[in-house]
Design a protein around this ligand. Structure first.
Ligand code: PLP
Length: 367
């Protein structure tokens, strides 16, 4: 089959005979947490060079059976995405910039030598799963259905080369408010020994391997009482990149807002990108530039940096409390988030939940 033509996306639907009862579902939705519970269905499709993407289907949620020699288990050729479906007051369900996730998955795939999933297949797969599991979309303050599209090398082969059999799947998990007791600042540990990504590496791709490398520094952070790790560039150990799974913003006393410029080893967050626009809407100068660790430490200490926040789909916008390192700390928020952080967060979630006008055409109706 020619790689030029996009195969038509017409998924078949196999309804689960084991779907949870509405009472069971209500029990889970009463307190879903994050990433603990999964809906009744999942999406699957496979790719080979001969067949392209084929047999798109929504099937009952359940284990995948993998041969022990499946390539992903050995060489980690895997990428993923994360986005949310939001229930609006009129019972409709919406996605926030799903084409941006689809395009990023294509860029991640290119870096990991995985095949390109057409944009329509990405958005179509997510919508098909939401439609099948519509009853699992939670309602209520800051609740959502978290969607996890992922793609992996499913060829049974131990040779080292790009897999000739690839699986793409989407699973869904109801998510409660990330901050159940209101938005609270998180403390961050500055990793001096480890980097998340190197020049020419996979830092700009959303791949599981980057997360595997971040777990040990994450553990180190926890041992210092911090919930997250900040990573610097791998060459000079000087330039601020991001956290393990969130981008960073610095609010300055003159009202300007700075985020580290994309360096090739920073993940291009869709929340980060949306805040570039939203902060401008709110009247801020928004600047992408290099930020050194001294800029951060000294800026917070001398008051030129008034607020620091992290951003990503799961927590949206998270105020940073302390930055701690071996031998010191600076505090940028205590107890409550700063005003600019809270305003940006509010503006974004109001769009996502349909309470504010979608001026930038970011929302796509799913159901
Ligand atoms: C997913 C991710 C982010 C945040 O991206 P969003 O699209 O805003 O959710 C930031 N950093 C890393 C390393 C990530 O994997």
């Amino acid at each position: 089959m020619s790689a030029m033509t996009t195969p038509a996306f017409t998924p078949r639907i196999e309804t689960s005979p084991n779907a949870r009862s509405s009472a069971e579902r209500a029990g889970i939705l009463a307190d879903p947490g994050f990433g603990n519970h999964f809906t009744d269905h999942m999406f699957l499709t496979e790719w080979t060079p001969e067949q392209d993407w084929h047999d798109p289907r929504v099937v009952p949620y359940g284990p995948l059976s993998l041969d022990p020699a499946t390539a992903v288990l050995h060489y980690a050729q895997e990428i993923f995405e994360g986005l949310k479906a939001y229930a609006h007051a009129d019972d409709s369900v919406w996605l926030f910039r799903p084409e941006a996730n689809a395009a990023r998955m294509q860029r991640s795939a290119a870096r990991l030598a995985l095949p390109q999933l057409p944009i329509e297949w990405f958005t179509g797969s997510v919508k098909a799963l939401i439609e099948a599991d519509r009853a699992w979309v939670p309602t209520g303050e800051e609740r959502s259905l978290y969607l996890r599209p992922f793609m992996f090398a499913s060829e049974v082969f131990l040779g080292v080369r790009p897999s000739q059999h690839v699986t793409y799947s989407v699973i869904a998990s109801p998510a409660g408010a990330y901050f159940a007791e209101g938005v609270k600042p998180v403390d961050i540990w500055l990793s001096s020994e480890y980097s998340r990504a190197g020049a020419g590496g996979t830092g700009a791709a959303k791949c599981g391997g980057n997360y595997a490398a971040s777990l040990l520094p994450q553990q180190e952070a926890a041992s210092h009482g911090c919930a997250q790790v900040a990573f610097l560039d791998s060459v000079e150990h000087r330039w601020v990149e991001e956290l393990g799974g969130m981008n960073l913003y610095f609010v300055h006393s003159d009202g300007s807002i700075v985020t580290p410029e994309l360096s090739g080893s920073i993940l291009e967050g869709i929340t980060r990108d949306s805040i570039l626009t939203i902060a401008q809407d709110l009247g801020h100068d928004v600047i992408e530039r290099k930020v050194s660790i001294d800029d951060w430490r000294d800026g917070v200490a001398d008051g030129t940096i008034t607020e620091v926040f992290a951003c990503g789909t799961a927590a949206v916008v998270t105020p940073v409390g302390k930055l701690k390192w071996d031998g010191g700390e600076v505090v940028s928020a205590e107890g409550e988030p700063g005003k600019v952080t809270a305003d940006i967060r509010g503006a974004l979630v109001d769009i996502q939940y349909g309470r504010a006008e979608d001026r930038h055409g970011w929302m796509t109706r799913a159901v």
